[in-house]
Structure formats: structure tokens, C-alpha cells
Design a protein around this ligand. Structure first.
Ligand code: GLY
Length: 353
């Protein structure tokens, strides 16, 4: 997989012009959703480099991450005269960068694209690393390809329009990057003051976080080994997310991942010796900032079922990424149903639900 260039923007106009110039093209397209069209497009629409950009807008949120929306983007590209030499800019959160990246990577067997993530979650996770796709058949990101953007432009100005819930959702992925990297980075993430947000400090943390993800993706772009580190918290997190959706109380992805990390760090402690004090401190941070997802023991079977459907599993065995210490990554760990139920007991006791 080609390496994508990730730029922490100092000047969006200059950085975007340079990124566009690196991709010779005949026509330029910009994909937005109904939110980023009104909130974010005006920030870039006036730039010189965007004056000929042709706009395509799709419905917002995960509910629109569908084959139908994908087909509507392919159709718009075709109707508006896109060729194999056209370039697309995806301006939005993870839904836009995932679906737009997939549309670009498949239209006429692939055109170049640039991501401008506008949410914290997309900046530190979705837009970086070349995973593209759509939901299908009731399963998240079921269809897609690995195909990196030419450039990813991260401008923390977009963060200022996000509400606290969306910031914290992205921050859960940053916390995950802290846990899989160094004690220093993990500790500075736990100490960030969410009551008085210092955006320049947040931008510096974002830059570190993106670097951690990039380093891992560079070593293992197709997730055969070490990239599975990025799945910490996600085996249980996806099950929480699915249960929440099914019971009509949807939760933001990062919240589910944070709660998933409570469970998987507990397993880490039990199975591979993750230190108790760091488990306690991480759980306290998650409890304080993300609250708790409530469920009872009658829902354990359903959660277990969701875990068995996870696409990270191999030969029906539920696959976990665990941690022996901060930075000590143990991929391809498994657990019995009994252990998983015991872990859910731990979650409910320690989170007080
Ligand atoms: N979101 C995890 C990864 O990109 O591998």
C-alpha cells in the first residue's frame, strides 16, 4: 500500500493547495455531507485552489453509509464528467472519509483522493490508514478496500465547532493510542483538562496520536499482525455499540470503545499481567468522562453473540488485543465464554451499574 502523507496544518490554504498540486488532475470534486456542507465547506470553498471544485453532497451519519449512497456518489461523479484522472476531496467525519475513500478507490478502478477530516474521531483514526468502506447487510464496514488517501490534512480549527461528546468520542481512540505506545503519552492523555479545553495542547496531542497510528500502519498496512493493536477495546466496544443500537439507545463509537477498553484492560490484567494501578487509573478516567453503559446479565448472551460475529475473529475464536503493560502489545488473544461473562461482571461492578 502506498504511504499517505499526513499533514498537521499550519495554514489550510497553503497545505491544501500543495496537496492538490501533488495530484495532477483534470477535474476536482469535493464530497461533503449535509452538516459539513454548511459548517465546513465555507471554510475551504473560498480558497483559490478550490475555485473549480465540483460539489457532491450526501446524507449525514452512519445510517447513510450504504450501498445506495455509494452508488449516488459514483453516479454523481459520472454525471459530472469525472474521469480516471479526476481528484476527490472528502470533507467530513469518518462516514464521509470512509465512503468517499471507497467511492474514489473504485470509480473507474480508482481515482486519487484527499481526506480533510472534520471530527476528532476521523482525524486520529478513520481518515488515516487507508481503510475505506460502507456498512452492508446490517454489519459495520462490511464492504471496503484498503486504499490510502494521497494526503490527509488535519486542521484542528474544525475541532472548535464540535460538542464535548464528539470530542470525547475521538479522544477514546487517542487514549487507546496512548495505551499502546508509552507511559508518558498515556499519562498526559489522562491529565488533559476537559473542563478548560486548551485547543493548542489538544492539537499537539492529536499530532502525536496520528503519528502513533501512522507508525503502526506503516509496519502492517493490511492488518496481518501489529495493526491489530489498533483493535484494543474494539472487540467488546463493537458489541456494546451493536447492543446499544439494537435497544434503541445508540452510543457514539468512541464511548463504546472506552467502555470496551475497561473490559479488555481487565482481561489484560488477568491474562497477561497489565498492572493493577494503571488499570484502576484508566478505568477512573473513563468513568469520570464517559459515564457508563448500563446492561444486565440477561444481555450477556446477546453481547457474546455480537462478539462472535466480529470480523476480526478467526475460525470462530473471538480475537482480543491485550496489553502486558503500556506499550506491551499482545495480539491474537482469546477467551472462553465463561471468562467473557466474568469480564462483563467486572465491568458492571467497577463501573457501578
Ligand atoms: N481503526 C483501526 C485501524 O485503522 O486499523
Amino acid at each position: 500500500m502506498n504511504k499517505q502523507e499526513v499533514i498537521i496544518c499550519q495554514n489550510l490554504n497553503e497545505d491544501l493547495s500543495a496537496a492538490i498540486n501533488r495530484c495532477p488532475h483534470d477535474k476536482l470534486f469535493v464530497l461533503t455531507d449535509e452538516h459539513t456542507r454548511s459548517l465546513c465547506l465555507p471554510i475551504i470553498a473560498g480558497l483559490d485552489c478550490m475555485k473549480d471544485a465540483i460539489e457532491i453532497c450526501i446524507g449525514a451519519e452512519d445510517i447513510n453509509k450504504t450501498l445506495e449512497t455509494l452508488a449516488s456518489v459514483w453516479k454523481a461523479l459520472g454525471d459530472k464528467g469525472a474521469t480516471r484522472h479526476s481528484l476527490m476531496i472528502n470533507l467530513g467525519g469518518g462516514m464521509v472519509t470512509d465512503l468517499g475513500g471507497f467511492a474514489a478507490s473504485t470509480f473507474k478502478r480508482g481515482i486519487s483522493y484527499i481526506n480533510i477530516p472534520t471530527t476528532l474521531l476521523a482525524m486520529v483514526d478513520a481518515s488515516v490508514g487507508g481503510k475505506t468502506g460502507i456498512n452492508f447487510n446490517g454489519l459495520k464496514n462490511e464492504i471496503g478496500v484498503f486504499s490510502p488517501a494521497s494526503s490527509v490534512l488535519i486542521d484542528s480549527e474544525f475541532l472548535k465547532s464540535l460538542d464535548l461528546h464528539n470530542l470525547l468520542s475521538g479522544y477514546a481512540e487517542m487514549l487507546k493510542h496512548g495505551i499502546i505506545s508509552t507511559t508518558t503519552h498515556w499519562a498526559e492523555l489522562l491529565n488533559f483538562d476537559w473542563n478548560h479545553i486548551d485547543y493548542s495542547m489538544l492539537q499537539a496531542l492529536v499530532a502525536q496520536s496520528v503519528q502513533i497510528k501512522e507508525n503502526i500502519v506503516e509496519q502492517d498496512p493490511f492488518e496481518k499482525g501489529i495493526r491489530k493493536a489498533l483493535n484494543l477495546g474494539h472487540t467488546v466496544g463493537h458489541a456494546f455499540e451493536s447492543l446499544a443500537l439494537e435497544t434503541h439507545h445508540p452510543v457514539l463509537h468512541g464511548y463504546a470503545v472506552a467502555w470496551g477498553m475497561v473490559c479488555e484492560l481487565y482481561f489484560s490484567h488477568l491474562k497477561v499481567g497489565f498492572p493493577k494501578d494503571k488499570l484502576r487509573q484508566t478505568i477512573q478516567f473513563i468513568k469520570d468522562h464517559y459515564g457508563v453503559m448500563n446492561f444486565d446479565c440477561k444481555q450477556y448472551d446477546r453481547l457474546y453473540e455480537f462478539m462472535t460475529h466480529d470480523k476480526k475473529n478467526n475460525a470462530g475464536i473471538i480475537n482480543f488485543t491485550l496489553m502486558g503493560e503500556i506499550g506491551d502489545i499482545r495480539i491474537n488473544q482469546s477467551a472462553t465464554k465463561e471468562e467473557i461473562f466474568e469480564m462483563l461482571d467486572f465491568y458492571r461492578e467497577s463501573m457501578g451499574c
